[in-house]
Design a protein around this ligand. Sequence first.
Ligand code: PLP
Length: 400
Amino acid sequence: MSNQLTTSQLINAANQSLLFIAHRPEIVMDRGEGMYLWDTEGKEYLDFIGGWAVTSLGHSPQVIQDALSSQAATLINPSPSFYNKPMIEFAALLTEISCFDKVFFASSGAEANEGAIKLARKYGSRHLGGAYEIITTTNSFHGRTITTMAATGKTQWQHLFAPITPGFHHVPFNDIDACKSAINSNTCAVMLELIQGEGGVHSAEHEYVNELREICNETGLLLIIDEIQTGMGRTGKMFAYEHYGIQADIMTLGKGIGGGFPLSAMLTTDRLNIFDAGDQGGTYSGQPLAMAVGLAVVRDIISCELPLNADIQGSYINQRLHEIQRKYQLTYIRGKGLLIAFDLPNARGSELVAMCRDEGLLLNSPHSQTIRLMPPLIVNKDDVDTMLRILCSVLDSMYV
Ligand SMILES: *Cc1c(COP(=O)(O)O)cnc(C)c1O
């Protein structure tokens, strides 16, 4: 059917049968390769959204194609009640490259965070006299299930879909005293992103993170880091916690770990291997197709040294943005590796995103004044130069 339809017929069909969830531009993406996407009109887009910080190896990389086809021909799903080889291999790899000992697999970031929250509550019930409250930060993002929406620090979400899951206490980010005074006998954990991604790319300060670790040590609370956006090389190291030199008790991964395939993970320590049989699970937990893709993606991230590339290209983007900063009155250039943001002189973010898209460049505006860059980790200097040429031409037409 779809091959016969024009783009406007496809858009009509979409409006007829897809539940509305968001305003989308009237284009239909058709094909991807490396740093580029093509729509059904054959228009080419240089992709600095990267499937939302997801396509770490670029679009349709050969390693994912090979992993999918060979695994699909071997074993797709023996049921979650049996072990399978790629599941075992992938868990071993993740524990080898991180400071964690145990892995639980899921399909989405929110689901990994639900697992982290359940594990923290289990720990609270076993070791902290039934404590269940989790301290999270304002402006954070942890997912879209009812419970992860409650964990998320967006004030507009606290009244949506009421009644929301109780047991979350939001404190200002980077404010150690606020966290200290929020701790009470009901608290079992502190949960945060080391760099708030959806919140607009705001980094936790070193001292703050180190003090959080100390407080958790002293009080017996768990430290949970949500590295769904920052993990797997995105920030110039394999995991963002390496920038801080701390070890958390629980870490969640998603987005880039599957290179575009639905895959997430919750990692923890031997000490927290405390779920009873049946407490946690999922039909697709550790299913072979996802495991084979994850293995291939993470092996490729390691062998191609993509965290290093993220660091190098991220520094180059940062330098180039500083060069054009004055001309366009850009402010607050920030981020680490290939998770970068800057602010415009006024609230024209979505306008800039639309104009860049018309010119064949995909960018994201997480807030009206903010532009965020999160390209595939394979991005090179030529791609960055092309991105900046288009961005500057659009900024010229908007501001000069
Ligand atoms: C994207 C994201 C999530 C949610 O992941 P989904 O796969 O959309 O459920 C959670 N936490 C952070 C930090 C994220 O960036």
